[in-house]
Design a protein around this ligand. Structure first.
Ligand code: 5RP
Length: 269
């Protein structure tokens, strides 16, 4: 981070905690193309209990203004790309939906967009990333690039993700969000900025999701930017607390799962 201005460093350290260099980001931006995703119908009710355990909150401006208390002490990673929907012709056809002026007004810690590398909209989404980085460098606001694959989930292999992450970092993204995959260490090795992982669709069990977080961290991820595997759990607070143990305290999946079970049982009482 030596090359960075103070404001940029400060915002990044609000997301990537200096004590561990890692982060548990909570992703609740799904509605921008999925509508009222299961368990995210009432955003405010889903987000509120999780806030004390989130190192940052990733969401759109509409979600932020309507569903998060302005007094909440949580760094905001504002999703500023969109313009497509799950029922529309092409998820990759995104543009920038939110100005930098608006991001500054909302006092964000970072802005985020998706890039769709290998798609017919690769060029436009990469130029959007370049524009955001140019503005981000002007105002000291980091840019998180999501290496999105739309509906083409089979693209999530190390060769593709290493290419996508590297391109995003070369254009100037300060953090890259991608998927965990076999050979994930190659993705991290080839990316000169911190890499965080999405959780993806809800896995069979909480233990599977904790294993995913552990595998990513132990192969070099700087953290998670997780959504569905936290708030689609029947016990979201125990789940995010268990994820935190893995990310910040290097706890093994079984041990984190024991904590999840204890907290779940206590929550039932
Ligand atoms: C969509 C996103 C989501 O925030 C991301 O997929 C994280 O959520 P989940 O863990 O549910 O996959 O960036 O493009």
């Amino acid at each position: 981070m030596g090359f960075m201005d103070w404001g940029m460093k400060n915002r990044l350290s609000r997301i990537l905690k200096p004590q561990t260099g890692r982060t548990v980001m909570l992703a609740v931006d799904h509605g921008y193309f999925l509508g009222p995703t299961s368990r995210l119908e009432n955003l405010e009710a889903t987000i509120r209990p999780l806030l004390p355990y989130a190192d940052s909150l990733m969401l759109t401006r509409g979600a932020l203004r309507t569903s998060v208390d302005a007094g909440a002490d949580v760094p905001i990673v504002l999703r500023v790309s969109g313009g497509t929907s799950i029922v529309g012709p092409n998820l990759a056809d995104e543009g920038i939906t939110t100005s930098f002026e608006e991001a500054i007004r909302l006092n964000v810690a970072a802005v985020a967009l998706s890039v769709f590398i290998g798609s017919e909209h690769e060029h436009q989404t990469l130029l959007s990333l370049a524009d955001l980085v140019n503005e981000g460098e002007t105002f000291g606001i980091p840019v998180l690039a999501v290496t999105a694959v739309g509906k083409e989930l089979e693209k999530r292999d190390a060769r593709y993700l290493a290419l996508a992450c590297r391109i995003a970092a070369e254009i100037g993204a300060h953090i890259v969000k991608t998927y965990y995959c076999e050979g994930f260490e190659k993705v991290v090795e080839g990316c000169p900025v911190p890499v965080v992982i999405a959780g993806g669709p809800k896995l069979e069990s909480e233990l599977d999701a904790l294993q995913l977080a552990y595998d990513a961290i132990s192969r070099g991820a700087a953290g998670v930017d997780m959504g569905r595997n936290i708030w689609q759990s029947d016990f979201p607070v125990p789940m995010i607390r268990a994820v935190r143990e893995i990310v910040h305290n290097n706890v093994k999946p079984d041990e984190a799962h024991d904590l999840f079970v204890d907290l779940k049982e206590a929550a039932k009482k």
